[in-house]
Design a binder for this molecule. Structure first.
Ligand code: MF3
Ligand code: CO
Length: 268
């Protein structure tokens, strides 16, 4: 069942999303060569908890960590480990925040040390733009297929692969709710988007082909061809004014101007 959230629920999810976004902003300085992914995980958990929230991925279907930290060819659900990040690695840090019962979910990619090969830097930009092009389609009256179609035509048009096995989702009160939001699809197909729906858009884009393979831990997916994979994810509300990003990092307002995505007012 696809639920419609009240204004009050959306405001609570927005506060949860603000906390989540503030953690990503702090990760920009924390993630550097020499840091382990386990340290990233502990840092995220401590920031969430010290702000009065909790990390609902811990215990979710048996998952054990606050974050998923997926490096290079890992697509998603990477376990935080003693792996030491090195300059040029691409690490995806994906986590949810629960604050006063309200859920939010956002993944951001980081190029360790601030710069990488041309391949990594291009993949990073293409994946971020793919996410924004998908978000742009998340408006009342459009259909779920419009979101995936925008992402797929853009990324595949540049020769990248769009992961099929993992998709965006409805969110709140639990992490994963209906509907599924594929990052590929046909325009005009699928359920219609209505005011008050809360969804995530979280494209995983590969330098190579789209198929993934599961690793021995039963959680972490990697690209089947070993190519690099990147991901960005936001939680957003479908509103009459357009898609409202609840996990927006404040200084990203500038990059929204290139898209038909409402710019949030600065007063909260
Ligand atoms: N944040 C992830 C998502 O985007 C949730 C992963 S489920 C977990 O959907 F169990 F791995 F945490
Ligand atoms: Co998600």
């Amino acid at each position: 069942m696809i639920t419609i959230k009240s204004k009050r629920e959306i405001e609570a999810m927005d506060r949860s999303g603000d906390l989540l976004a503030s953690v990503h902003v702090k990760l920009r300085d924390f993630i550097k060569p020499g840091i382990t992914t386990a340290a990233v995980d502990k840092y995220v958990q401590s920031l969430i908890e010290s702000a009065g929230g909790s990390a609902p991925q811990i215990g979710y279907e048996g998952y054990k960590y606050a974050t998923c930290t997926s490096v290079n060819e890992e697509i998603c659900h990477g376990f935080p480990t003693e792996y030491v990040l090195k300059k040029g690695d691409l690490v995806k840090v994906d986590f949810c925040v629960e604050l006063e019962g309200a859920m939010s979910d956002s993944c951001w990619s980081y190029i360790v040390g601030g710069e990488g090969t041309e391949e990594v830097e291009k993949l990073y930009e293409v994946t971020k733009k793919a996410m924004y092009l998908g978000i742009e389609q998340a408006k009342v009256g459009n259909r779920i297929g419009d979101i995936g179609h925008a992402i797929q035509t853009y990324a595949e048009g540049l020769g990248y692969g769009v992961v099929r096995e993992f998709v965006g989702h409805g969110i709140g009160p639990t992490i994963h709710e209906e509907p599924a939001i594929p990052h590929y699809g046909q325009p005009g197909k699928g359920a219609r988007l209505k005011e008050g729906m809360l969804i995530t858009i979280e494209p995983m884009i590969n330098v190579g082909d789209w198929p993934s393979k599961m690793t021995a831990n039963g959680w972490t997916a990697v690209t089947a061809d070993g190519s690099l994979s990147c991901q960005f994810e936001h939680t957003l509300a479908i509103t009459k004014e357009g898609p409202r990003i609840l996990t927006l990092q404040p200084d990203h307002v500038e990059e929204l101007k290139a898209y038909d995505i409402p710019i949030p007012s600065t007063e909260k």
